[in-house]
Design a protein around this ligand. Sequence first.
Ligand SMILES: Nc1ncnc2c1ncn2[C@@H]1O[C@H](COP(=O)(O)OP(=O)(O)OP(=O)(O)O)[C@@H](O)[C@H]1O
Ligand SMILES: [Mg+2]
Length: 140
Amino acid sequence: MAKKVLVPTDGSEHSMKAVRAALELAEQGLAEVTLMAVAYYIREDFEEMPPNVQDKLDAQAKKALRAAKALFEEKGISVETILETGFVPANNIIERAEKGKFDQILMGSTGMTGFFKRLLIGSTASKVVSTAPCTVTVVR
Ligand SMILES: Nc1ncnc2c1ncn2[C@@H]1O[C@H](COP(=O)(O)OP(=O)(O)OP(=O)(O)O)[C@@H](O)[C@H]1O
Ligand SMILES: [Mg+2]
């Protein structure tokens, strides 16, 4: 039976690797895939904040979802997508994995917001690995 697999994506190279790995599983009938992007939520009530920052963050998350979904559509494989906003993407991912009764989370080791190129594992991946309610596979 196909496992329910949650694939968090931020549009980064590593997250797209995870998307492709999930697609392979889906093609073999081993996975039912849900793609998830979390747009950073920011407060726009600070005067210093340039306008439409939230719109830009939302657009970035939507773009990441579209790019990932397109790979599935090319192969004619069905896929769900979830777009959320949050301060700490890992918290959204963990909560979604719990509520959606996912069997596995498949994600990249690093992402878009990494400060140091030498970082081996990002903070989102690290937190999800430590606290997720299910198996987590990190793609490098
Ligand atoms: N906003 C997000 N929405 C969905 N998935 C995300 C998001 N941010 C990260 N991920 C997932 O987590 C993986 C690892 O990214 P992570 O954020 O941990 O590393 P980083 O961006 O390099 O470093 P950091 O965020 O700690 O500065 C990504 O490949 C992606 O699968
Ligand atoms: Mg990040």
